[in-house]
Structure formats: structure tokens, C-alpha cells
Design a protein around this ligand. Sequence first.
Ligand SMILES: [Zn+2]
Length: 329
Amino acid sequence: MAFLPQTVLLLRGVIYSFIRTYTIPFLPREQTVRSAVECVGIGLHSGAPVSLRILPASPGTGIVFRRTDLEGFEIEAVSRNVARVSYATSLMKKGVLISTTEHLLSAFIGTGIDNAVVELDNLELPILDGSARPFVEMIQKAGVRKQRRPRKYLKICRELELRDGNKFIAVYPADSYSVSYSINFPHPLIGKETFRVELSNGSYLRNIAAARTFGSRQDERAMRDMGLIRGASRENCIVLTRDGIENGPLRFADEFVRHKVLDLVGDLALLGKQILGNVVADRAGHAMHTALVSRILRDKTLWEEVTHPEREEAPYLEGDRQTAARSSA
Ligand SMILES: [Zn+2]
């Protein structure tokens, strides 16, 4: 009996590593947050102060933004509401704007949240630390609630490739969701970087969520003159100088390309469904990301809607996985 605790620990370790390695990313049912969570911050481009609250929503809602400063006007986070995209993705409906949606939408995909109402009292989401990590932490704090409605996936059946000069974006059929992104920035710390990730088994949380946005000191004046990056600071973006960065250290050696993956995942959330496909991007940006979304939605021969009722319910968040392992052991 003396060795029993070790046996239990060993068993727990084996089960934990099994779940960690073999958990299927598919969730058969939709999910929302368990309780409301909020934060305050400023918009990256507007510099405007904003309070943001994430609330649970009923099955089938999707992600809906609500402007509490405009009598609760609601804008659904879907492709048809995409307004203008340059340095950020903005949604607009009947003249009402919601700006810089990509980092929060990315966090929802990464944590498996299908339904939520996002209240904000200004026109731009808070930039926080420039990554999706604070949003992921808010969702983890709120907890995740599984819902009854089967989750629908948009499964890519046929490839689609878009080119614009030397920019490229494409999606290919696959049974899971993966992203491969390449960038080529003329900077000694960046150059050509490629990052490929399978968005399953917690890899979004480990490899993507913490990657911060970035900008260069040299472009700062021109961007501010365009009314952009008024809220930018060393606390919310990586500031590139001519040959280095002002606010190191980097969170990953290739943090820049990982942030592009984060943005892409957030923009593809505007499909309104979780995607099953392999997305490949080279020097793309928000405009190409959202163009891919609208091209996919327009051509129904490119995809089919599938559910995975036969799959066992799979944990998604790290916390859930540990809980599952503990109760199994
Ligand atoms: Zn970004």
C-alpha cells in the first residue's frame, strides 16, 4: 500500500500525457463563457478609453458586439459586417463602427468559444498588451460552458488561392485546422520567417496567444498623421528601431510571424464557424484575410458544413484538460 500514491501519480501522469497527445481538437457541441468578465484599456488606433465585458450567450448566437454607449446597438462578428481593413479589422453596421476586432476573435477561436456577447462602451476594442493572451486569461477566468447545440464546422473541400502582387493566401482541404504563415520584413530581427501550427491540443494557447503586435519607430509619424496608432506605447506593441527593438525581450524569437498567425485566426473567425482546412499565407494582411473569408462564403462549392456527433467530448483549455486528467485518475 505504501507505493499506492506513486502509482496514482504515475497513472495520472500517463493519462494526462495521453489526453495531451491524443485529444482530438473537434468539439461536438458549442461552447460559451460560464460567467461575465470585464477589462478596461485603450484602443490601439483611436487611443480611446474603453471598458469591455464578455457575457455568456445562448447556442447559435455566434459572437455579437454590443455598443453600450449607443443604446446597446449590436453588430454580429460576421463577414457581411466587415467595413474597412488596413492596419486592423473593423466591423460596421448602419454606420456604427467596432474597430480592431481581430485579437479577441482570435482568442475565442483559440479557446473554443462559439457564442458570446461582447459589450463595449467605445468604438475600438482595448489593445491591452498587444496580444490575445489577456483575452484568453479573461475567458479562462470566466470558465467555459458546454452547450447542447452541435457545433457546425466549415470543412474546406476544394482549394482556393488568392494573389495580389507578391502577397498570397490560400486554403486547402484538410481534416483539421492548420495555418502556415510567411513574412518577409526588411529588418535585421525579422527577415523571412515562417510559422506553421496545427490549432489543436492547446497549441494556440502555447504558441500563438502571447505573440504581440509590432510597429516601427520610423513609420510612427506617418501613421499618427493618418489618425492611426494613437494609443500605441511600449506596453502594447513591440517597437522596432532601425536595427533592434526598444522594449525587449521578445516573447518568442519569431514573435512577429506568430502574431500574423494570431491576426489571421481572428480574421477567419468572421466565417462564423470553426474551419477545417489548411490555410497558407505569405505576406498577407487583414485585407487579404477578409477577402479570403468573403470568397469562401460566396462560393458554396468550396466547403460543406459538418458536425462531429460521433466524437467524444474533448477538453480544450489547459485547465479543463488537467481537471479531466485528475478525475480520470
Ligand atoms: Zn494584430
